[in-house]
Design a protein around this ligand. Sequence first.
Ligand code: 13P
Length: 250
Amino acid sequence: MTPHPLIAGNWKMNGLRASLAEIAQLGALYQPSLQQKTELLICPPATLLIGAQEIAARAKIALGGQNCHFLEYGPHTGDLSALMLKDAGASYVIVGHSERRHGHQETDAVVQAKAEAALKAGVTPIICVGETGAQRQAGVALAVVEEQIKASLPAEESSTIVVAYEPVWAIGTGVTPTLEEIAELHAFARDTLNRLFGSVVGDNIRLLYGGSVSPANAKDILMLKNVNGALVGGASLKAEDFIAIARAYL
Ligand code: 13P
């Protein structure tokens, strides 16, 4: 059995209260026939979580955070814990996004601690991995992703986690790897998960692709073996684009 797909929207640092209307509109477009085929998730800025809670619940859309601290509480100015995100309505949290690995110097060890903190709080971590353009050019994409999977996933096996492969050079660029490259990487990531956790757990971990997913390329990417959904940036900001991506499953 392949895991139930997940189409996740990462709004990044975009969205004011007026943007909650997009979630309401998304709900109107998220028909029962599509609900059966795929789960939808929006990760808005944390400031919008509480305001989005009721709208999202009515629309059967899950909410998530974009980052969390690895501790539950304490003197960490500006940080939020997984427990706080859950309290505000999040059932998922993205950890280890490349914009945090590179922009905030987050190491694999930090990402792992965050993923474990999320699980402990009862929030599903979406752990991001992916090579840079230079690493792909140098022919080490698989090795980089293998190392990130081994070092940034929770130490204890859990099929609750979600892994998102996001090649850094494909994020926000409109450029994607070829379908063959995505298929190769995802098959390799699945193998790595199975070697780490055994196939009962490994086969049930959802593996998302992220990086310039659009309504135009979604179907080809989402129908690939070992691709169990997408992590969408820019195209998740407009309900119509986001739902068009999800409709690849109809
Ligand atoms: P884009 O879809 O805008 O390329 O962003 C991908 C991403 O980083 C999602 O987390």
